[in-house]
Design a protein around this ligand. Structure first.
Ligand code: 4EZ
Length: 234
């Protein structure tokens, strides 16, 4: 089978490339796609660059050009609930765009006509993640992850987002990847390790913990890959 694993920043996919070691590099649409052969399966790895537009291009390319049948996202996020601390893993049950706003017309935040506020992630992939977490005694939380084209480092904005979307964490790519995958009928999974608390210290915390948290997320996704392949070949 063909599997996509994406991140937004180089740091988010470096542990993956290091693990697989050998890959072919394909240049396409202003980006690089790293193609790995793993146990007879093709795994396409890429970092999209930050934000909703870039992540949409990458997810779409992985599906439409590289024919990936499932997509996993690995990266870091800001926590917007008290129970998530730096280094904690959170998997998205569903995702929304917190900066999408046509509320002037009476629509809910995150909604546009013919769309939906929330995009749901694949339940089977979430179940595989929960199995992995249980086996390895890793504390994996699930929750709503929200996405917008802004690095949130303001307590008022953070609290508004948390309340409006019942969110656990926020970042800048998940919901756009979700919209893309659901439109193209490709099961997806969004995992994030916390790097900061989206408050006034967020940029410092992010700089300090980007690498370590990105590795926590990437390592977890790697442990899922074998299980996903096994489930596929059953
Ligand atoms: C976006 N990513 C941050 C990119 C920051 C700096 C050069 C995750 C993230 C995030 N996004 C971690 N913490 C965040 C926060 N507080 N707000 C938004 O996906 C680029």
């Amino acid at each position: 089978m063909k599997l996509a694993i994406m991140g937004a920043m180089p740091e988010e996919i470096e542990p993956l490339l290091e693990f697989f070691g050998e890959y072919e590099t394909v240049n396409y649409a202003n980006n690089k796609y790293y193609v790995v052969n793993y146990k007879g399966n093709e795994i396409v790895i890429a970092y999209s660059k930050i934000g909703k537009v870039n992540s949409t291009i990458t997810a779409s390319t992985m599906i439409q050009k590289f024919a990936c049948e499932k997509l996993l996202f690995s990266g870091v996020a800001g926590a917007v609930c008290d129970s998530l601390k730096v280094g904690d893993l959170v998997v998205a049950t569903k995702l929304a765009q917190h900066d999408l706003d046509i509320s002037a017309f009476g629509h809910p935040y995150g909604f546009v006509p013919e769309g939906a506020v929330y995009e749901e992630a694949d339940v089977k992939l979430i179940d595989i993640a929960k199995d992995v977490a249980k086996e390895k005694s890793i504390n994996l939380k699930d929750g709503i992850i929200v996405t917008g084209d802004q690095f949130v480092c303001d307590i008022e904005r953070k609290n508004w987002i948390a309340k409006t979307f019942e969110a656990s964490a926020l970042e800048m790519e998940g919901a756009s990847v979700a919209v893309t995958c659901n439109a193209l009928n490709v099961p997806f999974f969004i995992l994030r390790a916390i790097s900061d608390a989206a408050d006034m210290d967020a940029s410092f915390s992010f700089d300090e913990f980007l690498k370590t948290s990105a590795k926590i997320s990437a390592d977890f996704v790697l442990t899922m890959v074998d299980k996903i392949i096994d489930a596929e070949n059953k």
